[in-house]
Design a protein around this ligand. Structure first.
Ligand code: FES
Length: 191
């Protein structure tokens, strides 16, 4: 998509709405009418991440434009809080429990097998964009240790040899479904 550069506020506003969507743009408009709009910034960023799965440069710039705060401030807030993801996540999030019960039952071997199969390290996304790998504290199902969770689906008593089978199950789902793609940016100054 062609990136346009403009200094016209209406064009910038329209481009920002295109990036974020009408619903989030309207939320920003409403929060700007409140006494301390910047206090809503984290909440707005949460909504954006919920929609797109991460906060990319395009989304950060669009939020900054519509809230009329410097992009550096929005970027700083997004970088500061661990709950925000600044890179696209995979179609599926894999959380490997590294809590005590899982660790003593071989969670490190499960994690190692996942890293080998996917060719990634912690917090990285597989080259096909299907999986993002994260370590996790206790997932609350210690009786099933070792445990991994794919999105909200728990897999218990996992062995290293079961890892490829579990991955294949989700690869099959990924082939059958198309994820939502984030809108491209047309915001002025977008890198
Ligand atoms: S330690 Fe892994 S589920 Fe509790």
């Amino acid at each position: 998509m062609t990136v346009t550069t403009t200094d016209n506020w209406e064009d910038i506003q329209a481009a920002s709405i295109q990036v974020l969507g009408e619903e989030i743009a309207q939320r920003i408009t409403r929060c700007r009418q409140e006494p301390h709009p910047q206090s809503q910034l984290i909440h707005i960023l949460q909504q954006v991440q919920l929609k797109f799965g991460y906060l990319g440069r395009a989304q950060i710039n669009a939020v900054a434009q519509l809230m009329q705060v410097p992009a550096a401030k929005v970027s700083g807030v997004a970088s500061f809080y661990h709950l925000f993801r600044l890179k696209p996540r995979g179609r599926f999030m894999i959380h490997v429990c590294m809590g005590t019960a899982c660790y003593v039952k071989g969670a490190d071997r499960i994690a190692q097998r996942l890293k080998e199969e996917l060719g990634i390290e912690w917090s990285e996304t597989s080259s096909d964009g299907v999986f993002t790998l994260e370590g996790s504290r206790c997932l609350g199902t210690c009786g099933l240790a070792p445990v991994l969770m794919v999105d909200d689906q728990i897999h218990g008593n996992v062995t290293p040899d079961e890892v490829p089978l579990i991955l294949e199950e989700y690869l099959q789902r990924a082939r059958e479904t198309e994820p939502e793609k984030p809108a491209q940016s047309a915001v002025a100054g977008e890198a």
